[in-house]
Design a protein around this ligand. Sequence first.
Ligand code: FAD
Length: 365
Amino acid sequence: MGAAASYNLAKRGLRVLNVERFGVNNKSGSSHGRTRIIRLAYYEDQRYVPLLRRAYDGWRDVESKSGKKLLQVTGGLMIGREGGELVSGVLKSARAYGLPHEVLSSSEVEGRFGIFTLTGEYTGVYEKDAGILFAEESVRAFVGLGSEAGCEFRFSEEVRDWKSETEGIEVETSSGVQTAPKLVLCAGAWNGRLLRGLVPLQCERQVPFWFASAGEDFAPPKMPVFIMEEDKGVFYYGIPDVGHGVKVARSHGGLVSEPDRVKRDVTDEDIRPVRDFVSRRLKRLDGTPLASTTCIYSNTPDTNFAVGLHPADPRVVVMSACSGHGFKFASVLGEVAADLATEGKTAHDISFLSPARFGKERRGA
Ligand SMILES: Cc1cc2nc3c(=O)[nH]c(=O)nc-3n(C[C@H](O)[C@H](O)[C@H](O)COP(=O)(O)OP(=O)(O)OC[C@H]3O[C@@H](n4cnc5c(N)ncnc54)[C@H](O)[C@@H]3O)c2cc1C
């Protein structure tokens, strides 16, 4: 989010300083781990669909400007029980926006894709436009384009605090104090602290795994990205092999802690549920993972993002709390951040993402 916002601001001719505590694609936050899913028929809430349409255009634009391949369309399969959160949410968005989709029975899913083992009670919704974002390449592309546009990136420098002053926003970092007319806060799970409780954020540990591919059925174009709501509220997802194995993880259900205290070692307790899922649903994969990483979700109570002007000082833009589903939006939210910082408003409908919705308007600045 920070790299995307910086690029968009610098592109508009502003003097931009990006302060990052660690480095590009550091393994402490939420944006590493090679790949992310992008999809349009959004089960979480149909109000994200217009933002997603713009996000797809944005990714294509960044690809063409950077000369890097960032988005690979593979198709996406959402599997769950009819009437469950995933399937009903996807269908609601698809129908509301006329998005192309196909509804498949369990046996149709098994027949068409060959890699899944389902039982009779599941429904699949196939969306042809879903795919993979190369996450680390994307961050590098935003940083590269931002630098070319004149943004100064400072790594290994920490923002310690900020306050509103008449002449601007005073930001204290580990190497001094900066005053700027505008501040965009994109600190992921650490936004909770920097916003002093304005957005109640929960930092949840996640552990994705990579498994050895079992042939071309597990790579694009044959294997789509998928999400499966196996039981009510129990979600797993997978990304086909694009060079490092098949990525499979459980979404949510992780340990909650302070972002600086996330347990980084991966144990059998982390592996077990994912290995069991693989042995139930992706039987041809060898369930011994090749690799893993730890990553964090920054969850709001309603799992919608917190994006908008700070209610106590509209010179501060809040850009984060992506609740485990924000990466795909970076291309559009970078634009939104630039709109908010330069104009104080945006043409995109982000009213449902307001950081003031948690009722703590007076805290913060
Ligand atoms: C395992 C996993 C799978 C996911 N899958 C998907 C998916 O398939 N599709 C999707 O769209 N989304 C997905 N997400 C969510 C998505 O990756 C995140 O929403 C997104 O990457 C968040 O980006 P961010 O910039 O807000 O946070 P981060 O990437 O964490 O960036 C915040 C940055 O701020 C820096 N920082 C923090 N505090 C300070 C400070 N005081 N001073 C200076 N710098 C500071 C940190 O070092 C960090 O680099 C997934 C997330 C995880 C963890």
